[in-house]
Design a protein around this ligand. Sequence first.
Ligand SMILES: Nc1ncnc2[nH]cnc12
Ligand SMILES: [Zn+2]
Length: 333
Amino acid sequence: MPIPKAELHLHIEGTLEPELAFALAERNGVQLPYATTDELRRAYSFTDLQSFLDLYYALMAVLRTEDDFADLADAYLARAAGQGVRHAEIFFDPQAHTARGVDIGTVIEGLARALDRSEERHGITTQLILCFLRDESAESALDTLKAAAPYLHHLSAVGLDSAEVGNPPSKFREVYEAAAEAGLRRVAHAGEEGPPSYIWEALDILGVQRVDHGIRCVEDPALVARLVRDRIPLTVCPLSNVRLRCVDTLADHPLPRMLDAGLLVTVSSDDPAYFGGYAGDNFDAVRHALPLDEDALRTLARNSFLAAFLDADEARRAAYLAEVEAYDFGGEG
Ligand SMILES: Nc1ncnc2[nH]cnc12
Ligand SMILES: [Zn+2]
């Protein structure tokens, strides 16, 4: 079994495998512009974040009912369990569904159904994080938070994703203040394609407790010092960064430099159906491509539980951390 880990950067819509996309298309009478799963897979050749997002949003057309969202999440959790995932904090993009006429309650109730039985079925504890689309307006984000009010008990945090450059965190100050007042934690994608100044804004204007991606922090030593000082976790997604050409190759990935700098780095999968691997696959990929020994891999796994929003259940966090320390790499190392 792979090393136990928490998955902290995972878009549930990014776990839609071609086979499930075709099955849901059939179930809902949706016509996909691809004849076969192979033809769809051949479209997974991205030049940047936007080229991926275009396909990511288009394929969501197959997700229509509560059952669809429950089946999607259940399929992800079953796969994640086989990759050593013990805890998952899962993003979803409500505006991508409400814009197509799917009610936010359908989305959240469907996802929550799968998440609520995840521990029993898959041995994975879960949380749900509502993400705002940063290429939509600040008003739309506020409307989305209002529409989610009846379902707040299902949510642990808000996040910010989609097309980064030109949509700085400061655009969403008001909705993040409202989310904090509603008792939600805050995370945001920053420094994936966007500049280090977006990471500063996420920290200083949105008050995030975790930064998603954040790899461009290495361009700004004062920012690295701030992230180290405040122990702000960064959820890094190595296979995603290569597929979206944020880094040239895995061998060039800044992950080892980030660890050496003392940053609280974790490894996650982002959109595994599109980027060639789930959480354990990302661990395997960095182990093979980068100078990371077993100590470094154990640090990454430990960090994932330290960075998880488990403060309401410290006994659980301690139990997961004990699993990490007890893990024997054996042949897996
Ligand atoms: N890697 C990514 N960056 C920004 N938005 C996303 N939505 C899904 N995956 C994303
Ligand atoms: Zn992401």
